[in-house]
Design a protein around this ligand. Structure first.
Ligand code: SF4
Length: 474
């Protein structure tokens, strides 16, 4: 079959015939007419995953047979990541694997790596179509284009940076389980942190119109979703292009949506967290008491080299406001270890700061230079073994914070939204992001039920269904 593709690629006119390995002649475009099975592979972040899910949902609507990645299929779609050089090489390896898995099928590559480095992907023999981030939602149109052109090399459709479309409805909805839907409200970022390639991969910050977002949330609630997670690249900068309303106003409107049980705000930049937002969360029975506010470093010179938009003083004041307004809420943060110039003193200061502040869990990122970013040109790299050591030390700190936070709730009864059922165990999350597992006989996914939190292991609870109902604000 591969022979058929190679021959097709050598032809310069679609009106010519191609020879398949079976020896039969086909019109080259027959491959597209007969695309029935499709598989997907996503690399990178949750947002990328939710976007793949949105595209997959479209294929299901069009009655395609969606197969697990690895099966031989007519079409493979790979949604790539480019956050580090390592992510680039993983993306390339995945593309090659897809080509090997389905030698007679089409291969479409999209996502951040496709947006930033289409020429790298073009060099991989066997890729048919390369789509930038904006274009992935128009994949059906682009598959049609494949039929009308020569097949000497892949078709590349990538917008220039700064030329990204405003966010469209197509790219916005996806559901990762029957219980929780990710609602994308914003795209792109204007902050240009020195280590980050995202502004180049996803363009300038732009937000989804207000009413369209509310209508989408309404649809999700009507479909039975109990929790909506707001997603985007820099959601604190949300500003509706139609009404100029901000994230707090959007949340206030979502909170009033009848039938919606929970709204969760995902990661939010510290300089965009307002007191209005914190007070709204504190008073709400719908908005989850959980934020994730990236810190990255507790050293002003490092923050400045990272081009972050705050000083440590600002961040410290935010922590005090957060804890006084939301005393029991979950609070996660991101930390980068081994950024160029990070000395042992820098690292110790970051570690001490983290232990003083109300964090309840950590996401730790080992720095690796990302070609195309300002930080990649910085001198004074930290040796890899040292980055590994610092990362391991912080992981231990993170585990202690998570366990200590969970201990505060031991013995309490909290509502859990169940999203999984396996081998007689159901699991889910409380509003304040505690993972809880209970033994049950039936699948109770999609239910919100009170659970007694009996004991925690490494910050995750074993519980039992409680008979009393709880009115909680966590
Ligand atoms: S805020 Fe910084 S790290 Fe986050 S997406 Fe924007 S540039 Fe990247």
């Amino acid at each position: 079959m591969r022979f058929g593709i190679l021959l097709t690629r050598l032809l310069t006119d679609d009106s010519l015939f191609a020879l398949s390995a079976s020896g039969k002649y086909h019109w080259p475009m027959d491959r597209d007419r007969h695309i029935k099975s499709v598989s997907f592979k996503t690399l990178g972040c949750k947002l990328n995953q939710s976007e793949t899910d949105a595209i997959m949902a479209k294929f299901k609507e069009h009655a395609y047979d969606v197969q697990p990645f690895g099966e031989e299929v007519d079409l493979t779609i790979i949604n790539t990541c480019t956050v580090t050089n390592d992510a680039d090489s993983k993306s390339r390896a995945t593309i090659r694997r897809a080509i090997r898995n389905s030698p007679g099928g089409r291969v479409v590559v999209t996502g951040c790596y496709a947006q930033v480095k289409p020429e790298d992907i073009q060099a991989i023999q066997g890729v048919d179509l390369i789509l930038g981030n904006d274009e992935k939602y128009h994949i059906f149109d682009h598959l049609d284009k494949l039929k009308q052109r020569k097949l000497e090399e892949p078709l590349i459709i990538v917008n220039d940076e700064g030329d990204f479309a405003s966010v469209s409805e197509d790219g916005f909805i996806s559901a990762t389980s029957r219980t929780r839907a990710f609602l994308k409200i914003q795209e792109g970022c204007d902050y240009y942190c020195s280590y980050c390639i995202i502004p180049f991969a996803r363009g300038k910050a732009r937000s989804r119109p207000f009413q369209e977002t509310i209508d989408e949330a309404r649809k999700l609630v009507d479909q039975g979703y109990r929790e909506i997670v707001l997603t985007g690249i820099n959601i604190g900068t949300y500003q509706a292009p139609d009404t100029m309303q901000n994230l707090t106003e959007l949340l206030a409107a979502l909170e009033r949506l009848e039938g919606l049980d929970r709204v969760r705000v995902s990661s939010i930049e510290p300089n965009t967290v307002t007191d209005d937002l914190l007070h709204l969360m504190a008073e709400s029975k719908v908005i989850c008491h959980h934020l994730h506010i990236p810190l990255q470093s507790a050293n002003d010179d490092q923050l400045s080299a990272m081009n972050r938009k705050y000083h440590l003083d600002d961040y410290t004041r935010l922590m005090a406001r957060f804890r006084s307004i939301l005393p029991d809420a979950a609070l996660g943060t991101d930390v980068i270890v081994g950024f160029p110039g990070e000395t042992e003193e820098h690292f110790e200061r970051t570690m001490a700061f983290i232990q003083e502040q109300p964090f309840t869990y950590l996401h730790i990122f080992r720095y690796s230079p990302r070609e195309g970013t300002v930080a990649a040109k910085l001198e004074d790299p930290v040796p890899f073994h040292e980055i590994k050591r610092r990362s391991a030390v912080l992981h231990e700190v993170g585990q202690k914070l998570k366990s200590a936070y969970a201990e505060n709730f031991s013995g309490q009864v909290l509502n859990v939204l169940f999203d999984q059922f396996q081998n007689g165990m159901a699991s889910g999350y409380t509003r304040n992001y505690l993972r809880v597992q209970v033994p049950v006989t039936d699948d109770i996914s999609q239910s919100i039920l009170p659970v007694t939190l009996n004991h925690s292991v490494r910050g995750n609870f074993q519980g039992s269904l409680a008979t009393e109902s709880v009115v909680e604000v966590r």
